[in-house]
Design a binder for this molecule. Structure first.
Ligand code: ZN
Length: 280
């Protein structure tokens, strides 16, 4: 393939940030932290290895996902508990914040809502940053491991991919059939997963998660949430997923209720202000 004479000059054009985020609403982290100091634990759920668990978090409450017995990656789905059509939008969260999320960043919802569903208020892996391979933690660039891709690449029927785990858990939580629940499952926040894109081929990579028991990622619920978390069959995702060979550990989800009055004046963010007339 021949290059144009000015190929190097074209490549040398500096990048421009697609979505400058100076105008993004800034979460009131000081308020959330004050509320967190008054909060008491009201619920806990365990996601068993190669299974998923659901949990409900009222708006204004907090939820924490913790590594407990060994390094383990979790695949997180979030829905508006009152309307499952509003769900986490991984791609737009990536466009707004970057490839990996940490404290002060948010999980945004799908169109036409496009509002914060949850804000990260604490991340014990925030120290990791971006490593020499371009890898970082808690990505919104992966999808969720699923039996369709596994079948495409390796053949066979594997039933404990995160996609299936999330489907079963959502069906159990809502009374839906598996066929009804499956379309609600969506691309995830890869909690604790360490990922990036290779510089030479641009391929999605994973590497052993730096997570250790005691590490956690904590969120403030901006709206009433139904969550589902799958303890990925890849374990710490150091070698492979979509199989039963990796060492897998449970994950702990805890819910905390704030003290009375501390969130007075706060309310859930409104749905997006676009009028949906689409020019007609
Ligand atoms: Zn997975």
């Amino acid at each position: 393939m021949t290059q144009p004479a000015d190929a190097d000059a074209r490549r040398a054009v500096p990048p421009v940030i697609c979505y400058p985020n100076e105008t993004l609403p800034v979460p009131p982290l000081d308020l959330y932290r004050a509320a967190r100091e008054t909060a008491v634990k009201v619920d806990e759920v365990f996601a068993a290895p190669r299974e998923a668990a659901t949990f409900r978090v009222p708006a204004g409450h907090f939820f924490r996902i913790s590594s407990i017995e060994g390094p383990q990656v979790g695949d997180l789905n979030l829905w508006n508990a009152d309307d499952l059509s509003e769900r986490f939008y991984s791609g737009k969260s990536r466009a707004l914040h970057g490839t990996h999320l940490t404290t002060g960043q948010r999980m945004w919802s799908s169109f036409p809502y496009l509002r914060p569903m949850a804000t990260i208020v604490d991340d014990t892996l925030g120290w990791y940053g971006i490593d020499a391979f371009g890898g970082s933690v808690h990505d919104v660039i992966g999808t969720r491991c699923d039996p369709y891709t596994h079948n495409l690449l390796a053949g066979g029927q594997y039933h404990h991919c995160c996609h299936s785990n999330l489907t079963r858990a959502l069906a159990d939580a809502t009374g839906m059939t598996l066929a009804e629940a499956e379309p609600h499952v969506h691309d995830v926040l890869n909690v604790f997963m360490c990922t990036g894109f290779t510089r030479d081929t641009g391929q999605y990579f994973m590497k052993a998660s730096p997570v250790r028991p005691g590490d956690y990622l904590e969120f403030f619920a901006e709206i009433n949430l139904l969550g589902a978390l799958s303890a990925c069959p890849g374990g710490d995702c150091s070698s492979e997923h979509s199989s039963d060979t990796a060492a897998c550990y449970p994950l702990l989800i805890e819910v905390f209720a704030p003290g009375q009055d501390v969130l007075n004046g706060w309310s859930s963010p409104p749905i997006n202000g676009y009028d949906r007339s689409h020019g007609r």
